[in-house]
Ligand binder design. Structure first.
Ligand SMILES: Nc1ncnc2c1ncn2[C@@H]1O[C@H](COP(=O)(O)OP(=O)(O)O)[C@@H](O)[C@H]1O
Ligand SMILES: [Mg+2]
Length: 255
């Protein structure tokens, strides 16, 4: 079976710094794949390459066997890849619903003129957007808070709102960059249930996370980066025992 997402020999340089150095990896359809490694290992940079924020210096990104290397972010979202960010990026003074609706926009066809005139086609599009937004908010249990301003949500809820916004674009593949960061144990538990829910809907998940309990219990495979290089890849139980991984990263957190 070919992978849903395949990264082939990706290198990313920022001036003299090699942030990612010849990394290849695959994310198979229906799986949860985690990318872990110390701070500065190149994890977010990999996500930025997949989602079109930076083109790689060399190497290729394939999605559903198509070469998407260097495509623009909106084009990549339209093809079915959505993401959340390590630093929460919400419109704090907009409602939960409006933040989620923004996630639908990239697929809208009406344009500003159409939206202002409210042609029948535009109304249908709006209804579609509302339906998608409600579905996305339901998945992360935020539908009841749709009228709240984003800034009034707890940290855990804000992270879930980011996930809802990503889901509103109806992705095939969802990239989560440190989704549990800043959450208390209860919020993490809730998040884990939501990630399971998203997976059951059939969305493939590529995850960067530092919380090892989260990573080890959620993932089918774990790939490990250290100084931009891939140093291990395997099922969580194997990676947890890998001497190189323990030395680079896990030592204090697991065992
Ligand atoms: N836009 C950028 N310009 C220059 N250096 C960057 C940029 N983005 C990331 N880096 C550097 O690349 C390395 C990897 O960063 P990052 O991917 O954010 O690591 P991680 O997410 O694993 O903590 C770090 O040394 C970081 O400072
Ligand atoms: Mg990061």
């Amino acid at each position: 079976m070919s992978a849903l997402l395949e990264l082939r020999d990706i290198t990313i340089r920022f001036g003299g710094l090699v942030a990612v150095d010849g990394v290849s990896l695959k994310v198979e359809e229906g799986k949860v794949v985690a990318l872990i490694g110390p701070n500065g290992a190149g994890k977010s940079t990999m996500f930025n390459v997949v989602t079109g924020i930076y083109p790689p210096t060399s190497g290729a990104v394939l999605f559903r066997d198509e070469d998407i290397t260097g495509l623009k972010p909106y084009d990549i979202t339209n093809r079915g890849i959505a993401r959340t960010f390590q630093n929460i990026r919400l419109f704090k003074n907009l409602s939960v619903l409006d933040n989620v609706k923004i996630g639908c926009h990239c697929r809208g066809k009406a344009g500003i003129f159409g939206a202002l005139c409210r042609y029948p086609g535009v109304r249908a599009e709006e209804k579609g957007m509302m339906d998608k937004s409600l579905k996305a908010m339901d998945i992360v249990d935020l539908a009841g808070k749709r009228g709240e301003l984003a800034k009034n949500l707890s940290c855990g809820e804000q992270r879930r709102l980011e996930i809802a916004r990503a889901l509103a674009s109806e992705p095939v593949l969802l990239l989560l960059d440190e989704p549990a960061a800043g959450m208390n144990p209860q919020e993490k538990q809730t998040l884990m249930q939501m990630v399971q829910r998203i997976r059951r809907i059939g969305i493939t998940i590529f995850l960067v996370e530092h919380d090892m309990k989260f990573v080890m219990s959620m993932s089918d495979r774990v790939d490990v980066l250290d100084y931009g290089r891939k140093i291990a890849s395997g099922p969580p139980s194997e990676v947890q025992r890998d001497a190189q991984v323990i030395a680079a990263y896990l030592g204090k957190e697991v065992v």
